[in-house]
Design a binder for this molecule. Structure first.
Ligand code: GLP
Length: 261
């Protein structure tokens, strides 16, 4: 695993956007061989989406040959609900770039049969040849997508009950009322994320520092789901200086010197 430390949120967002653009360019996707990108919601990726939109507007990158799969969606919220993740993606990214809407996938939290929806989601990813690059964020309890502490490290797309800490953190998007935050979500599993050929996770701010320490300096544990990355052959955690607050000086120096793995 590599840990890339940038000065602040803006610098980290720029780094990530340039990295993604470079990967897409190098892949040289075509209609028959699209670049399959896994995408997150949350406040963490907003800066990356802004930067990617800027690269698109500057003519430096196209998303025409991209197929995307989002990580998760609240159960019960339709794509027109202002807090649904489908709507988030439309508003913050998809409507600003040249991606083909038919190529964007977000789990359907209103599916009649949620189990079948999850199975079909996994099959759709496989049918596209798997995910080339999975971009993600991390919750303050170390969760990834909606894989809360205690999630199986081999899990696949499924329905999950949200932890109280996650619902409390996300209440800010629901008029500050935790009772309005859906109690369940559909989420790709940790196994789904681990199957991606590359994983890039952005972690910024002091409120993530404790989890970042556990994920990097602790062992692999379902209690800190993102620690699964220690087992991934091609993973990057990208953070700002604030997020390193709880790391040992030695850890920070080690990664700053570029001694990755
Ligand atoms: C939600 C999402 C995660 C995201 C996390 C952190 O729980 N399901 O994918 O990583 O929030 O959100 P933020 O980036 O706003 O801190």
């Amino acid at each position: 695993m590599r840990l890339i430390i940038q000065k602040d949120y803006e610098a980290a967002s720029r780094w990530a956007a340039n990295h993604i653009a470079e990967r897409i360019r190098r892949f040289a996707p075509t209609g028959d061989r699209p670049f399959v990108l896994g995408l997150p919601t949350g406040s963490s990726p907003l800066g990356i989406y802004r930067e990617l939109i800027g690269l698109y507007r500057g003519g430096e990158i196209s998303f025409a040959q991209i197929v995307s799969f989002n990580m998760d969606e609240y159960v019960g919220l339709g794509g027109d609900h202002p807090q649904s993740y489908r709507r988030f993606m439309e508003d913050n990214f998809f409507s600003h770039i040249d991606i083909n809407p038919a190529n964007t996938h977000v789990p359907n939290g209103q599916a009649q049969d949620l189990g079948a929806e999850c199975r079909a989601y996994e099959e759709a990813i496989t049918a596209q040849g798997g995910i080339e690059l999975f971009l993600g964020g991390m919750g303050s309890d170390g969760h990834i997508a909606f894989n809360e502490p205690g999630s199986s490290l081999h899990s696949r797309t499924r329905i999950k009950t949200l932890a109280l800490e996650t619902r409390a953190a996300n209440a800010r998007f629901f008029d500050g009322d935790i009772n309005k935050v859906p109690g369940t979500a559909l989420t790709v599993g940790i196994g789904t994320i681990m199957d991606a050929r590359e994983v890039l996770i952005i972690v910024t701010g002091r409120q993530k520092a404790r989890a970042l320490r556990a994920v990097i300096e602790g062992g692999v544990s379902h209690w800190w789901p993102l620690s699964c990355l220690q087992m991934h052959p091609n993973a990057i955690i990208l953070c700002d200086e604030e997020a390193t607050d709880e790391l040992k000086v030695r850890t920070v120096n080690y990664f700053r010197l570029g001694m990755d793995n």
